[in-house]
Design a protein. Structure first.
Length: 216
């Protein structure tokens, strides 16, 4: 006996196509470059590669700081220190924050704004760290603190923007920043952290103000 065929009841309701999962390609590319550099530098143990990525190899800070390589055309050095990491925990923690904060900005503001922010915050935090502490540093932390400040301001002053950052996260990151500054956590590029955080706060606050409706 052949079982009767069944038919789905007709419906006039519109069935929207399922939304594709968002892929933060720019954020993952930054993570991939950081991992590649970590491999090539052996997490800071390969001096021959580090010498091409430090902002300069001229060992001076403050008013004595010089950038002969950059003046000579090696402009990538303004940014490449953000991809250098010294140790697996340094790499993992920075990239976890980059994944969460960067992907949020990329999804809500777009690729161009994320990359512009990383470029500006990365270069300025690197220059600040060079001036205060000299050229031999690395890490994504300056950018991460910039992303933190940006998302913090957007979530606080643009409640309809979609940005969300819990107060516990802000307190933890600010507490970590203070612990580094007072020396409880040594060998940290504190100036890069501070410059990045200030840039993120100013940029995020400015973006939030621009989103507010203007009264005629």
């Amino acid at each position: 006996m052949i079982p009767p065929m069944s038919f789905a009841p007709p419906t006039d309701e519109f069935q929207p196509a399922p939304r594709r999962a968002f892929l933060p390609a720019a954020t993952y590319t930054l993570i991939g470059v950081s991992v590649l550099v970590a491999i090539l530098t052996k997490l800071g143990a390969n001096d021959s590669v580090l010498e091409r990525l430090f902002i300069t190899n001229y060992p001076a800070a403050g008013s004595d700081a010089r950038l002969p390589e950059i003046v000579g055309g090696e402009v990538w050095r303004l940014l490449t220190p953000i991809f250098i990491h010294f140790g697996i925990l340094h790499l993992v923690f920075n990239l976890m924050w980059l994944r969460d904060l960067g992907a949020m900005i990329e999804r809500l503001d777009g690729v161009a704004r994320l990359l512009a922010f990383v470029l500006v915050s990365g270069m300025l935090s690197n220059l600040g760290q060079l001036y205060v502490g000299g050229p031999f540093f690395g890490g994504m932390s300056g950018v991460v603190y910039g992303l933190l400040g940006y998302v913090w301001m957007r979530s606080r002053f643009s409640p309809g923007s979609g940005f969300v950052l819990h107060s516990q996260t802000v307190l933890f990151m600010l507490g970590w920043f203070v612990a580094c500054v007072v020396g409880l956590i040594p060998h940290v590029a504190n100036t890069a952290h501070g410059v990045g955080l200030v840039i993120g706060i100013l940029w995020g606050f400015g973006a939030a103000r621009l989103e507010q409706p203007r009264l005629g």
